[in-house]
Ligand binder design. Sequence first.
Ligand code: NAP
Length: 252
Amino acid sequence: MSQTPRVAIVTGAARGIGAATAQRLAAEGHAVAVLDLNEADARATADAITEAGGRAIPVGADVSDTGQVEAAVAATAERLGPPTILVNNAGVIRDNLLFKMTDQDWDLVMDVHLRGAFLMTRSVQAHMTEQGWGRVVNLSSSSAQGNRGQANYSAAKAGLQGFTKTLAIELGKFGVTANAVAPGFIATDMTRATAERVGMGFEDFKAAAAANIPVRRVGAPADIAATIAFLTSEEAGFVSGQVIYVAGGPLD
Ligand code: NAP
């Protein structure tokens, strides 16, 4: 089914899962605002999309800052048109065992994942409800089920699942769906940093993870981008309030 061209915002899209998602949505025919903390970092993804024949702009904003979020959404609407696809992907990790976790570790992770998704969605929903169509995808994680050293991150990722279900209930009557994608192990800078933290080389770390994954490989950003492409498509209009684990095996 060919897609009606829409305007999408992907946060944290300078690299990793966000960059792959921005490129995939552009390949589906959508214009994409590539949002990241620094516009200069976002520009590489936007340029790659433009060079491949797509339409994209880089946007610099901290998703946890109300003023910057409002300005980024307004700039997107002005330059590309009203955004009706939103992928809340921006993320950070500040892993530590509970007794060593600082207030700052807790607050930053809550601010980027939870407050960021809240601020972005509150701003973009105005355009979605006005257009009578919208797709929100929030990045949760298999860590939502609990993970050693990630009290902050697992709480934020579980929180995003509740946020997603509430969005689905509130916004459904406006033609807006909301779903969460919960990746397992995906090879990105984020998992590379985790390997460093536990003192392992990245290749060994990936091999060890793959041995415990039923499909016997770790995930790639494109695996998540493909799932998001489906959830933001026209034909996914009856799928809402779901958490889709994309982890190479079953998770509840
Ligand atoms: P990544 O490679 O670390 O990329 C995250 C991006 O988010 C970076 O470009 C980062 O910018 C940006 N960002 C951080 N704070 C931001 C803020 N306040 N405002 C705007 N942008 C911000 O991460 P990833 O592995 O692709 O992960 C993407 C998402 O998937 C995250 O939500 C993550 O929690 C989730 N996830 C990942 C995995 C995995 O295995 N990789 C598994 C489950 C869930 P800077 O570079 O400037 O910091």
